[in-house]
Design a protein around this ligand. Structure first.
Ligand SMILES: Cc1cc2nc3c(=O)[nH]c(=O)nc-3n(C[C@H](O)[C@H](O)[C@H](O)COP(=O)(O)OP(=O)(O)OC[C@H]3O[C@@H](n4cnc5c(N)ncnc54)[C@H](O)[C@@H]3O)c2cc1C
Length: 400
């Protein structure tokens, strides 16, 4: 399937005086943003995607029965401090104000997340002010741990056992499929607690949601006469024949046919269900208890609070190890994966004519704003290399 409307190649010229033929694998944010920049510089960009839609994991579509805007691969909230990126996305779509306010069900009660003064006061049945709560939590912390090595030790040192078990332990076990004693302390870098009533999940200056979802925004980015998009089209090596350069936003190990082994990922299963009315009263309800098998329920109409729908569509979200036929979501990046990653990086660096980009191409968790920033910078670097007659690097951003 080719994305309408049909596009006519203009064969523009760049500063080097030569129109380059570029193949971009993946029509997610990485492929779209890089393709757009190169198209604007006069190069012909063919973007392919194995899926039947553009947008990659940010893809949104309306549910046919209820009209609810669905975040098909899990909810996506746009948040950034990067004004350039914020201005960029606003060129292509209208953003509506949206702040994520997450709740959690734990040990038979509902609390506010991230753990804040309301959570602490409710959980310990107190009426503390910020300074009192700070002293109280400091007294809960396990000070016998002087050099925390694991996630568990770090959490115990920061918040003590009660808050750790209610809000961190079970959720983390479900999310990562292992004990927090096996995860590095670095996952929990800062004290994960706020001593005020701020329940806005993100700190960023710019936060919002595209009024009509992410897919029309990405369609607008792709809407350039020098870009053609072929959907339902998985990459085959013959596609790279005769092109000047390939940008690869698929899996790094996938480019090499996984021949050194597979980089580990977590995948998600979404159990969809519908409800008449308002199912849970908020967009995201986490489940911290280990005996609840899912990590959270997301109710998608609450991600578009400016809309009104009687029906509702929810996802129960289950996290598990990613198999060969699953969609890779979260890179694991523990010691074993990092060693294999080094081997693939070496392979990639010895492969001329290909730049690996995006969350899969660089095997990193990237928020959308970071993805866009890196894509803009990657395109600029590529154009600079082309102008100087230098080969573009395998990675514009180190995956290490
Ligand atoms: C569950 C989840 C929730 C998230 N929530 C947020 C959020 O709230 N806010 C936020 O800022 N970010 C969020 N993100 C991050 C966001 O999804 C990424 O920043 C973004 O998707 C990265 O875009 P990309 O183009 O690099 O990768 P992708 O979106 O994965 O696009 C890559 C594309 O390449 C295609 N492809 C792969 N291999 C091939 C092949 N061999 N041939 C052809 N096509 C191929 C794939 O089909 C895919 O469409 C979330 C991520 C996850 C996993």
């Amino acid at each position: 399937m080719t994305l309408p409307p049909a596009r006519i190649k203009q064969n523009g010229q760049n500063k080097t005086g030569r129109n380059m033929q570029i193949l971009l694998v993946g029509a997610g944010l990485s492929g779209a943003v890089i393709g757009r920049k190169l198209a604007e510089a006069g190069h012909s960009c063919r973007i392919i995607d194995a899926r039947p839609h553009i947008g990659g994991n940010c893809h949104t579509e309306r549910d046919a029965d209820t009209g609810v805007m669905m975040h098909v691969y899990g909810p996506h909230i746009f948040h950034t401090d990067d004004e350039g990126v914020w201005n960029y996305v606003n060129e292509f779509t209208e953003f509506m104000p949206f702040q994520n306010r997450v709740k959690t069900t734990s040990q038979g009660a509902v609390y506010s997340l991230p753990v804040n003064l309301l959570t602490i006061n409710q959980f310990f049945d107190k009426t503390m002010r910020p300074d009192e709560a700070r002293d109280f939590i400091a007294a809960q912390a396990d000070t016998t741990i002087t050099d925390p090595q694991t996630f568990e030790e770090q959490a115990l040192r920061f918040v003590g056992r009660d808050l750790y078990e209610a809000f961190f332990k079970g959720y983390t076990e479900k999310q990562w499929g292992c004990s927090p004693t096996e995860l590095p302390a670095s996952i929990l870098k800062r004290l994960p607690v706020r001593f005020n009533y701020d329940d806005n999940y993100f700190f960023h200056k710019f936060q919002g949601m595209p009024r009509e979802g992410y897919t029309p925004m990405i369609a607008a980015i792709l809407d350039h006469p020098n870009i053609t998009v072929d959907l339902d089209t998985a990459y085959t090596p013959d596609m790279a024949e005769g092109v000047d350069h390939v940008f690869w936003s698929g899996a790094l190990d996938g480019y090499f046919g996984f021949d050194l082994g597979r980089l580990g990922y977590r995948t998600l299963d979404f159990e969809r269900f519908t409800h008449d009315g308002d199912y849970q009263g908020c967009a995201v309800m986490n489940y911290g208890d280990r005996d609840v098998p899912y990590t959270r329920i997301t109710e998608h109409k609450h991600f578009s609070p400016w809309e009104s729908h009687q029906g509702s569509v929810c996802y129960r979200e289950f996290s598990r190890e990613c198999g060969p036929d699953d969609i890779p979501y979260y890179p694991i990046r523990l010691v074993e994966e990092k060693a294999l990653l080094d081997d693939y990086i070496a392979r990639a660096e010895a492969t001329p004519g290909v730049t690996f980009v995006g969350r899969l191409g660089t095997y990193r968790y990237l928020d959308m704003d970071v993805t866009i920033r890196e894509a803009l910078d990657t395109a600029a670097l590529f154009l600079d290399c082309a102008a100087k007659g230098k080969p573009a690097p395998a990675f514009a951003v180190s995956p290490r």
